[in-house]
Structures are given as C-alpha cells and as structure tokens.
Design a protein around this ligand. Structure first.
Ligand SMILES: Cc1cc2nc3c(=O)[nH]c(=O)nc-3n(C[C@H](O)[C@H](O)[C@H](O)COP(=O)(O)OP(=O)(O)OC[C@H]3O[C@@H](n4cnc5c(N)ncnc54)[C@H](O)[C@@H]3O)c2cc1C
Length: 615
C-alpha cells in the first residue's frame, strides 16, 4: 500500500508608481514578519465601514488524507490536465462585455512587474477598451485546509493593501471578497463576473488539487455564460508539463529533471524568462461609473478571523522600507557576514561588495551555514509571488542585454529548479508519488506504540515544537522558526529529520507545524522538503542517511552564534560543549538534557526502515 499524502484541499514590490519607488515589507532585524511601511497599517483609504468578518464554521473539518476512492478519482482525471483542457474547450461564443477581471491569488502578489495573467488581462482590456478589475478572494476554509500560518495571511493582507493603493494610481480597482464557505466560491466569482458584465477572467494557476478543481468549475460556468476564462502558468520558471521524461512522464528524480529543465530553459529563453509588461492604466472615467466606482471603496480587511497574529508576533513587526531588488542585489554582489544570522535583517548596514566573494559566488561552499547570511532569503517573496522566479533567474544573467542569453545552471539556480521540481511533483502526482510508506502501512508513525507510550510521544512532539529537546541545534532551529517564521534550509532539514528519525514521529505532524509557522509556507516545497527528510518522497534522502544532530550542528553553526542567539541558556558556552552539552553543563544552565539518545534512536530507525513493524 502506498502512502497517499494530504488530500490537497485545499513583500512587496510596489515598484514604481509615477516615477517614485514603492516599497516592500522586508524581514526586519528581529523578525521575518513584516510590518506596514506606514505609521499605521496600510489599509484602503476608503471610509467605508469594515465588513462583517465571517467565521469559519466549527464543523469545518478539511479532509487531510485521501481516501482510496478520492485518490483513484484524482488518478483518473488529473486536475491540471482537466483545467487546461476545459480552458481550451470554449463551447459558447464569447459575448461582448464591459470589463476584464484579473483574479489575483496568494501566490502572485505583484501588481506591476512580471505577472503573466495580469499582463494578459490588461492587454485584453486595452484592446476591448474596457476597464480592468482586480479581484482577490479571501477563503478562511482554504487557509485552514492548507494549515496557513497567521503570519502568511497577515503578510498577504499587508501586501494587498499596498497593491490596492498602487493599482489605484492606475485607476484599477482591487476588490476583495471574504468567503467563509469555500465550496460556494465558484458561484460567487461567476456572479461577480456577471455583475461586471465581464468579457473574461484571467488568473495564474494554483497547482493544488482543490484549487485546480475549483478553477475548472469556474471555467465551465464562465464559458457557459459566454465569459472567457484564461489560466496562465506563472509560478515556475519552466511550467509543469514542459519538462518530461522520454516516456512523457513527470520526472520523479531531481538530477535528470534539473538537467532537462536547464536545457529546455536555454532552448527558449525569450519565452520562459519573458518579462511580462505592467498593466495599462484604466481611463480615469472609471471613477464615474457606479459599478466600478464602488470597487475602489472595498477595504482590504485587517485580519482574517482565526488567523490573527498574537500580540507577541504583532509586537515583532517592524517597519522597514526597501526595494525588493535590493535584497537580491545584496545576494548577488556582497559578501556574507557572520554578524548576520540567517534570520536577521537582510538589509542591515555594513555589507561589502565583492565580485569573487559575493554570496552567490560562494553559495555552493557556504549555503549550509545558518550562522551567516549565506542564502538569499527570498523565499517569503517567492512564495507570495512578490517577486517572480523568472526575475530571479534573469538577475543572474547580467549580460543579457549584450546578447549572452544563457542560464548557467550554477548552484543557486539549481535551488530555483528544486522549487520548480516540487511544483511539478504536486501537479504531476497530485495523489502523491507511489512510494513506500517508510515504516510500513499501519505502523502508525505518529504513534510508534510498539515502543513508546502515547503520552511520551506527545510529550516529545511538544518538546520538539517548543525547542526543548536538549539538542542545541534542533532547539535553536525550532525556536527560530517559532520566533521568526523563517528558518535556514539546513536547519529545517536537521529539525525535520530529528522529528522523523530520532523521535519516530509521523512527518505529516512536522509538515503541518512548519506550515502553521512559516511565512514562506508553500505546500509543494514544504511537503517535498518533509518527504525528503523522511525518506518517503520523490528522490528523497536514503533511509539510512540519518543526521547526527551534534555533527550537523558543528557544520551548520561552526561559530555557535546561531545556537547562542536562539538558546539563551547556552549563551555563555564555548567550544564543543555548545553543540553537545554535558549533563552537568545542561543542569547548571537550566537547559534540558537530551530527550533521546541519538545512537539508540538511530539504530531503532534503521531497524524500522528495514523491517517495518519491528520494535
Ligand atoms: C522540511 C523542509 C520544509 C521546507 N518548507 C519550505 C516552504 O514551506 N517554503 C519554501 O519556500 N521552501 C521550503 N523549504 C525549502 C528551503 O528550506 C527554503 O526555500 C529556503 O530555506 C529559503 O531560504 P532562501 O530564500 O534564503 O533560499 P536560497 O538558498 O537563497 O534559495 C533560493 C530559492 O530557491 C528555492 N529553494 C531553495 N531550496 C529549496 C528546496 N530545498 N526546495 C524547494 N525550493 C527551494 C526557494 O524558493 C528559495 O528562496 C523547505 C525545506 C525543508 C527541508
């Protein structure tokens, strides 16, 4: 029996307006969480009273694991193919209309640069000489189904508020709907299209199963009413379906995928790296048309019920205004600094330019260090679509204007390809790739009851979540995640593998916890990352590769600064003790002793992998 993963129910660049820079939310010095660039939260300038905030029904229980029936339904009708087929299949004649609607989603929060569906919608509106309207649907049930973190929701709202203002400079309204019952979203959207007498709706594709099915429904309903529906690929550099094996299948192994990805990308750079034009402004007359005028007045809500930030998180939000391109430029042109932990302000003063020693130039050698700013820290922006993956790749091609149009495929570009890879896996194997359950079906990985009482397992999970395991690198990582909503990749791997292999806990528990905390939470990457660590996913780490947290600690944090920052109990400790404190040091400093013995748990994991069901 194969494991069926979750049933996928499912900062801002405001680049330039009228010659002035708009700003993005950025990771502040204390937190990846972002604060509005204004003294007060950047909300719609509207004077309208805030709309009633809908509740998520307490009876709403999203189905997390596919049933066999649901899985075979997904297999027989792959949702992405279904949507693409439906979108092609225009049966009725597209009627005349008086607007074009672009439906912005959580993953394409950019109103100016490089948004494919937005550009297409704008071109259509201009050609038809009708106004362009931007729609955003807030769906708390979908957020619950996807374990969205309040941080990610808050980030979305703050970005939306700024996008609304920037679009208004072009006389384009952004209308926000909050819909508490997700199953009615298709009819709500189609009614909105009818109300606006829309010619067509445009959106970038969301690759999760429920979202694809929802879009297929909308597509059919819109077409039946003579409204065009266009869904564009925008999330990836090379879209799902473009990189296939010789047998026309989605790759399940990264290395050949990445080679093929690079070849295909280089074979048609103008297409894959197209810089989609900004939307054209609407005529100012749109403000005099009652149907459109009211849309300018819809405020962006300040929060979504059930996803409010707690007071501590709110306090951590700090102001910071920078252009997003600056973060990227720093990564491309300045040296990494040990004064810069992986989660502090990516734009703190003191960066030093260097062509040979820039962070991207030494990325291959340094990327696993969590005690320096070795990586780009663009993931929150990429996950929210504030920056496109295309533009990240373009930025590494400085000679493009001079005619050298090749992507070099260096290590950092390979990470962007990993992101694409996981999206392809989600789209190509929506019920999950046919992989063996690492511990054997029915062994109850969330409760390895053969050995441990449930209470012990639950207590271990709690200690892992709160960073009280007695393994400094794991605790630093988990506390960083909790405090910042962001974690360095190597630290994610160490924490994840510890949960799965040392504590023998079902990786899905960790996957959910990460999603609920991360500001860059993304189903494809998070699920892929977790399955990699659990040795269950595509091209995952071999089961016998079990990180020793102490050894990993000295590699990921050779200076010890990362641990000392996030585990204040150990701030006075120097040398190897920091990575593996003795019982007497731990007791003296009030730091917990290790909750498991790594060598024993390693041996147990090996036994269980080789012989699922063994104690
Ligand atoms: C258990 C686990 C969970 C993860 N969950 C997420 C998640 O929810 N969202 C998310 O964006 N990434 C996730 N990752 C991947 C990775 O940890 C982050 O993308 C990375 O740490 C972001 O930091 P950065 O922007 O500085 O990355 P850089 O090293 O600068 O890489 C550039 C970009 O490439 C992409 N990327 C890099 N590594 C990976 C990877 N292993 N898989 C997929 N894409 C990658 C990201 O978009 C990243 O921003 C997870 C990894 C693990 C092991």
């Amino acid at each position: 029996m194969t494991y069926m993963p979750r049933f996928y129910s499912d900062f801002i660049r405001l680049a330039q307006i009228a010659g002035r820079h708009l700003y993005i939310y950025v990771a502040s010095s204390s937190c990846m969480l972002l604060r509005a660039t204004m003294s007060k939260r950047a909300l719609s300038p509207s004077a309208s009273p805030p709309p009633k905030r809908p509740r998520i029904s307490s009876t709403f229980r999203p189905r997390k694991i596919a049933t066999a029936d649901a899985a075979s339904a997904v297999d027989s009708e792959p949702p992405l193919s279904l949507l693409l087929e439906t979108a092609k299949n225009v049966k009725s004649k597209v009627k005349a209309g008086s607007s074009v609607v672009f439906w912005m989603r959580m993953g394409d929060l950019r109103s100016f640069a490089d948004n494919r569906a937005l550009s297409l919608a704008s071109a259509h509106a201009k050609k038809a000489d009708v106004p362009l309207v931007v729609l955003f649907v807030l769906s708390p049930q979908d957020y619950k189904a996807h374990d969205r973190s309040p941080r990610r929701i808050d980030f979305t709202l703050r970005n939306l508020a700024l996008i609304k203002m920037s679009l208004e400079e072009k006389h384009i309204p952004l209308h926000t709907i909050t819909e508490p019952t997700r199953r009615v979203i298709p009819q709500k959207v189609v009614s909105f299209l009818e109300h606006l007498d829309a010619l067509a709706i445009y959106a970038n594709i969301e690759y999760e199963v429920d979202e694809l099915r929802r879009d297929t429904q909308i597509c059919k309903a819109a077409q039946a009413k003579g409204i065009g529906a266009v869904f564009a690929h925008d999330k990836c550099v090379v879209e799902p379906g473009a990189v296939l094996t010789k047998e026309s299948k989605t790759y399940a192994v990264y290395t050949p995928y990445q080679k093929s990805w690079l070849k295909i990308l280089n074979s048609n750079i103008p297409h894959f790296l197209e810089n989609c034009p900004e939307p054209h402004p609407n005529s100012e007359l749109v403000h005099t048309m009652p149907k459109f005028k009211v849309l300018f007045d819809t405020p962006v809500p300040e929060s979504v019920l059930g996803f409010e930030l707690d007071a501590a998180d709110r306090r951590k939000m700090e102001e910071s205004q920078v252009t997003l391109s600056k973060i990227l430029q720093r990564f491309l042109h300045t040296k990494s600094r040990s004064s810069q932990l992986s989660a502090v302000d990516p734009l703190a003063a003191g960066a030093v330019d260097s062509a040979k020693q820039s962070r991207i130039a030494v990325y291959d050698a340094e990327r696993d260090r969590a005690d320096k700013d070795t990586t780009s820290r663009l993931s929150p922006y990429l996950a929210a679509g504030v920056i496109s993956a295309r533009s990240c790749v373009r930025a590494t091609m400085p000679d493009t204007q001079n005619g050298a149009k090749r992507v070099d495929g260096g290590r950092w570009i390979q990470e962007i390809a990993w992101r694409d890879f996981y999206v392809c896996i989600l789209a190509g194997y929506p019920r999950g790739p046919a992989l063996e359950d690492a511990y054997g079906e029915g062994q109850g990985r969330s409760n390895p009851k053969a050995e441990l009482p449930l209470a012990t397992v639950e207590s271990n999970i709690e200690k892992w979540k709160t960073g009280q395991t007695g393994f400094p690198i794991v605790d630093a990582g988990m506390r960083c995640l909790n405090e910042m909503g962001y974690l360095h990749n190597r630290a994610r791997m160490i924490c994840a593998m510890f949960l799965v292999k040392d504590l023998m806990v079902d990786w899905r528990i960790g996957e959910k916890h990460f999603m609920e905390k991360l500001i860059d939470g993304d189903l494809a990457s998070n699920n892929g990352g977790w399955q990699w660590c659990a040795s269950t996913g595509v091209d995952s780490c071999p089961y016998f590769r079990i990180f020793n947290p102490h050894n990993q600690s000295s590699k990921a944090d050779p200076t010890g600064d990362f641990i000392r920052h996030f585990v204040p109990e150990l701030r006075s400790v120097r040398g190897p003790d920091l990575h593996n404190p003795s019982a007497s040091v731990a007791d003296k400093l009030g730091y917990p002793r290790p909750i498991v013995k790594h060598e024993e748990s390693r041996a147990r994991a090996m036994r269980r992998f080789k012989d699922p069901g063994s104690p």
